[in-house]
Write a protein that binds this ligand. Sequence first.
Ligand code: GLC
Length: 510
Amino acid sequence: MDTLPENVLRPLQRTLDLFEVTPDTVREGVAYFIRQMEEGLEHDSDSHDYLPMIPSFITHIPDGTETGLSLAADLGGTNFRICSVELNGDHSFNLEQYKTKVDKQYMVGTLESLFELLARLVRYFLSQHHQDQLQSSEKLKMSFTFSFPLDQTALNKGTLIRWTKGYDVPDAVNKDIVDLFQKELDKLALPVQIVAITNDTVGTMLANAYSSLSGHKTVLGAIFGTGTNGAYAEKLSNIKKLDPSVVQKLQKFGIDDMIINTEWGSFDNKLEFLPVTIYDEIVDSETANAGVHLYEKRILGMFLGEIVRLVILDLHKRHLILEGYEQMETSLKLVSSSSSLVSLTNLPRRATTKRLSHRVLSEWAFPTEALSRIEVDDTKGLKVTELVLSETLHLNTTLQDRIIIKAVAHAVTSRAAYLLSIAIAAVVLKTGRLGITLENGEVKPTKLNDELVEVGVDGAVVEFYPGFKEKLIEGLGWSQLGDAAKRVVVTIAKDGSGVGAALCTNSHIE
Ligand code: GLC
């Protein structure tokens, strides 16, 4: 950056500053996040004004000593997975699984055809791996990870609010998903009973708690995959929206906590806190679910590459980068008039040679994996960056272009990591487990302790993006957790949804 001429450096710096997240921003975000959690625990889950905070009806948090065989089915994105998990009671497990793509005709077909297909796949799986079980009179417990918005009223009752991720089976909306699936399993006379319907983050939390050998409590299970979300255990007495008769029944069994699926991708849908750049606005407008899950759209891998691509186009339009390429009026879709950038579109044209490639003008053409290669490039002349930009966006760049693009990649992903630390710090503070909590925005001590707590995270960006996890942890230190952040251990909970879902069956109360 030091080598950039002043007339480039200054306007570039102004753009990079748009992505800056300061310790104050993190603290403000944490206080607001906790307020949104509290509101969500009191009110219905489908408002835009606060976090959905969906009660999972999962009340048993494993400690690694659980045993037994159960089934787990998982319908999310385009795949259906079915597995059987044998818990050995010593943090370890044996897993058999079968995964298959769901054909488009079923994703947009009839209710019966979809659930009949799933039931047939369960039968196929049992015939391959548990033939003996098919004849058994004893039913196997099955948990169903169904990562679509659900209105959940019991461990095994969830009504579909709407389909997402390319599914559209209209007659399933507003119906109880467990009921639909169980009917089809029964038609095939399969010895399987669905005892739980759940979310992938809940599974991640349970899987981490079961598998962890550290002895630390797992306080949060989080996913950074095709979406981002987190689940944690909340005191029953704080979940004000729960039916009091449910609370009483659980308390009779000595149960005090329930796991909450926060659906934090929806944090601040009203945009009262989150930074808003013109690039964020454009990215949102490019998505099918514009106007919601706005937190997710500033953090997730697939969005980061797109934000960087839009910044590159904007810098080009402002004659700060890629000067060898012709200016194209259509090269950046400016959907907002709120940005000062709009006025810069009228700059005089310069002598140009080439047109920008179709790739760089195409939405979603810049993968996050490319950003990670750029961020670690320490070669002389940024040769790796040169190759990556040429391969992915078909761009020929000068060294100056590459220095600028590297700085942009760094700014965009740093913002993502620091924003993510807000959710994690907020949940950890909300649990009070580290001996501090936040009440009306003020830090309050709870029970003093020197415990370490674990946060189980599943997601490629946290796992593989160079420096992302470190920034996340730095952000936790900026939050109201302060020094206590050093006692938060972020672990990678790889693919917990199978074993985690199987563990849900342990919350089944007859
Ligand atoms: C989306 C879904 C949420 C899921 C998350 C991670 O945010 O709304 O239910 O947990 O993606 O897969």
